[in-house]
Design a binder for this molecule. Sequence first.
Ligand SMILES: [Zn+2]
Ligand SMILES: [Zn+2]
Length: 284
Amino acid sequence: MLSEFLDSLFVSSLDAFGAFAIFGKVITFDVAWYFSLVIAIALGGLITTVANLATTVYLHRGLSHKALTFSKPAHGAFRTVLWLTTGIRPRQWVAVHRKHHAHTDTPDDPHSPAIHGWWNVQVKNYVMYRRVARDEANTERFARDLSPDRLDKALFDHALLGLGTGIAVLVVLFGPVVAVIAAAVHLSYYIAANSAVNAIGHHFGRRPYDNSATNLQWLAFLTAGEGFHNNHHAAPTSAKLAHRWYEIDLGWLLIKPMTWLRLAQVRLDELRLVSSSRRSTQPG
Ligand SMILES: [Zn+2]
Ligand SMILES: [Zn+2]
């Protein structure tokens, strides 16, 4: 009796162990797979956040509007980040953007929802950008102050080399699968979010100042502050895009410590509204 009982216990425990082992294998496999996917998506989001910060702080507030100036190391870091994560040539981006401010919501605006419809700008912003970015006469006219230097000619003007190097770094650090997923997440997120500034940010949202752009906090979170586009059109030379206590501008949260470290210098302390801009509602 006792030996039968012990035998049955032994078999049961073996069964239980086997089941656990199989269960354990399934669990281990699933966890590994999901873990890699989560890491890849989080990594893609992190890369876009870094690229968005470089876009808004360096390309937009710094180079395009001269709202702040940078030390040499900061220049070098931003150029390298943009080259590796976007392949954008700064002087082309600046020229397209200055043309947008010079001709906002007219047929000469490179990407106006008022002319093309917001959805068209959302899905075709990349094509619209490239068309004007490749127009050398436009770059010469709007970005004459940013002539290419030796490093531009050797490295930074070669977009595919930059993006390829960026992906190669990811492959070395995280392996090919995570690298490719992270790169796909980053490029989709970066293009969609920055298109949204030109499309949604000139169509939906609040207009505390009297201009065609809008303010959207959720878009500001996704673009490191660019979602406060109405504020920006009202005061383009301001390094700070949040104008009210409850508005959160991630770009400004980077600029502040950069000024403490003397990596950047803000040109204007006060908010200087453009002459055509008046408040359509009271802020705050
Ligand atoms: Zn705009
Ligand atoms: Zn601007």
